[in-house]
Ligand binder design. Structure first.
Ligand SMILES: [Zn+2]
Length: 74
């Protein structure tokens, strides 16, 4: 991710960093309540990331779940 692509919620930003470290692609395409996507390139699955999640901890957990589910894809 480039400068300016950081998520405003630090828990979510940390999870996005873990996703990148795990080899997933993170894109920021801000559209209404959406911040962007975490993408697993080998299987083409997308996980939507919200801009202003009600519960950042839960949003981060969902990203971690996606990472776990797709760790074996690459
Ligand atoms: Zn996958």
């Amino acid at each position: 991710m480039g400068i300016g692509d950081r998520h405003q919620k630090k828990d979510v930003e940390a999870a996005l960093k873990r996703a990148e470290a795990a080899g997933l692609k993170v894109t920021h395409d801000k559209n209404r309540h959406r911040w962007g996507w975490v993408i697993c390139c080998p299987c083409n699955e997308l996980h939507r990331v919200h801009c202003t999640p009600q519960n950042p901890g839960n949003e981060a957990k969902k990203i971690d779940g996606f990472i776990k589910d797709h760790r074996g894809c690459a």
